[in-house]
Design a protein around this ligand. Structure first.
Ligand SMILES: *[C@@H]1O[C@H](CO)[C@@H](O)[C@H](O)[C@H]1NC(C)=O
Ligand SMILES: *[C@@H]1O[C@H](CO)[C@@H](O)[C@H](O)[C@H]1NC(C)=O
Ligand SMILES: *[C@@H]1O[C@H](CO)[C@@H](O)[C@H](O)[C@H]1NC(C)=O
Ligand SMILES: *[C@@H]1O[C@H](CO)[C@@H](O)[C@H](O)[C@H]1NC(C)=O
Length: 512
């Protein structure tokens, strides 16, 4: 089981050649949420408020610390004020009715008497105002809805919507945005709004930001819709349970920011029992992140970083046009010949492979794998017609005591959520059995130079290189071609390789 404790911050900053025109200071807070020990038992508003004020006291301290370091925007995690595992009725005391900032202007700190039962909104608003920063927090919203006799009315039968909600306050305390989570993850206290909301807000220091919450990041709406409308800066409160080898919190945060070419401000909960840790401030060229390790005290962590404002005129093209990007310090471009796949793609699925393949479960999906047994080589493995290719050369002797495999999976993931995938991944196997390939591993010594490539039937491919003990490496080079081929090249690893992955999302097949 993957349970970490040992706190560390690994800032990894790689500057691009082009100077940035403007920048701002962002902060995220990984919060060790104080939980209600009996979330399924009803409690009064007074007791719910007493509980929430304890978390808000910590928010207040962190807002002061962030402001001292010059933060202009501060993000708190999902469920960080109220906690988890309520029922639809037991969460009642925690709910506030949050007015729609698109319909009215309200500064809860300046005008506390406009609405009753809004103590949390008032406190957050005053916090933003007192510390002169934009503040994003997550709370529970109650919206009464008209009960209709019409059975097709979407209003729940008890006449109320209950939403998992992000709220944003400007630096003078004005409520500027409200976003209701669209992709719920086992949250019986909350409703899904029938239509995904696309919510943004504008700031004087960095322009536009878009709002998403936790599980939303894996789906097309609202996340990809925001990016395709030109939103380059996403705010991501989360309560993410880590799962290696492909979906650790920081791993997917890094992958999404790189794949979508956006900045991501990600604030996670810290809770060791629930395997929650991993927050960061990611731009396409830098990452400032935190992931607790085993042995670390269970405590919160504030991250602050100066990041560039991304050009809002650039709209995500995915891989519709050919792109060649050099991300690392090495600016040399690979030559056409050495990058191109010499094999005709049509022959992919029928080609006999010279090495044995096997199937092992990774993240509950049946991946086809081949071992990396040589000191260097070239391998290919397919899942149906989807194929992955790897060129590798070991740089350390670690592989003598560590087994690695290249895996491919094309299909629909169906456990704890349904989403269609095409994935290429190199993983360290947990031991020397084939069935251990795809299991959770967090440490490794083997380093290799490699080129991992897949030909994807989607433009949405999220790349990452994860090294030993939850260290992220910036892939040296990513290439995307118009025909869907994505290539990730990396060398001179600083740590042993845990996972190198191209995570393709086939959003268009999710509902089939
Ligand atoms: C919430 O429920 C899940 C599943 O029942 C359980 O594993 C988890 O420990 C619970 N969390 C809390 C905070 O009680
Ligand atoms: C990412 O966006 C920048 C503009 O901010 C653009 O110059 C660059 O080409 C984009 N990179 C990719 C891989 O699309
Ligand atoms: C990797 O290290 C080798 C040997 O030190 C060096 O020649 C090469 O330029 C490095 N490559 C990159 C991409 O940094
Ligand atoms: C690679 O190594 C594994 C583990 O030692 C072994 O089971 C497998 O047969 C080897 N495969 C090849 C192609 O040598």
């Amino acid at each position: 089981m993957f349970l970490f404790v040992a706190l560390f911050v690994v800032p990894c900053v790689v500057q691009t050649a082009s100077a940035v025109d403007s920048s701002y200071v962002a902060a995220v807070y990984e919060h060790k949420v104080i939980l209600n020990p009996e979330p399924r038992a009803p409690l009064s508003r007074r007791h719910a408020l007493q509980h929430m004020q304890r978390n808000l006291d910590i928010y207040e301290e962190q807002a002061a610390l962030a402001a001292q370091q010059g933060a202009q925007i501060l993000v708190f995690p999902e469920d960080g004020i109220h906690g988890f595992n309520y029922t639809r009725s037991s969460i009642s005391g925690y709910l506030e009715t949050i007015p729609d900032p698109q319909e009215e202007r309200w500064n809860p700190c300046a005008e506390p008497d406009r609405y009753s039962n809004t103590e949390v909104l008032q406190r957050l608003s005053c916090m933003a105002r007192r510390h002169n920063l934009y503040l994003v927090a997550n709370m529970a919203d109650l919206q009464p809805c008209p009960l209709k006799t019409d059975p097709s009315s979407p209003c729940p039968s008890d006449g109320r919507w209950q939403f998992n909600t992000n709220v944003v306050f400007s630096s003078d305390g004005l409520l500027v945005a409200r976003y209701h989570k669209h992709n719920l993850y086992f949250e019986e206290a909350f409703n899904t709004q029938p239509q995904a909301e696309i919510i943004t807000f504008d700031t004087p220091f960095a322009g536009r930001f878009g709002l998403i919450i936790c599980f939303d990041i894996l789906f097309h709406d609202p996340t990809v819709t925001l990016v395709e409308r030109g939103v380059r800066q996403l705010i991501f409160p989360t309560a993410w349970m880590n799962q290696l080898p492909l979906l650790d919190a920081i791993q997917f945060q890094r992958a999404f920011s790189l794949g979508a070419n956006v900045t991501l401000l990600a604030a996670n909960i810290r809770n060791d029992r629930l395997i929650m840790t991993g927050s960061g401030i990611y731009t396409p060229v830098s990452a400032t992140y935190h992931h607790a390790l085993r042995g670390d005290p269970e405590e919160g962590r504030l991250l602050v970083a100066r990041v560039p404002v991304l050009d809002p005129l650039w709209v995500g093209q995915g891989i519709a046009t050919e792109e060649r990007v050099s991300l690392g310090a090495d600016s040399s471009h690979c030559h056409r010949e050495s990058c191109a796949d010499p094999r005709p793609p049509a022959a992919a699925s029928t080609d006999p492979t010279p090495y044995p393949t096997f199937t092992s479960s990774m993240m509950y999906d049946p991946f086809n794998f081949v071992f990396l047994n040589e000191t260097e080589g070239e391998l290919r493995v397919c899942s149906g017609t989807f194929c992955c290719r790897l060129q590798y050369k070991w740089k350390t002797q670690g592989q003598r005591k560590e087994l690695y495999a290249l895996g491919a999976f094309a299909g629909t993931h169906t456990v704890n959520g349904r989403y269609a995938l095409q994935v290429c991944a190199v993983v360290r196997c947990a031991d020397f059995e084939a069935s251990s390939c795809g299991q959770e591993v967090e440490e490794a010594e083997s380093k290799m130079d490699f080129m991992l490539e897949g030909r994807f039937e989607t433009r949405y491919v999220y790349p990452t290189v994860l090294a030993s003990r939850l260290v992220l490496e910036q892939p040296e080079k990513l290439d995307k071609t118009a025909d869907g081929r994505v290539t990730m090249k990396h060398s001179n690893m600083t740590g042993g390789l845990v996972t190198a992955c191209l995570y393709g999302r086939m959003y268009h097949l999710d509902n089939e």
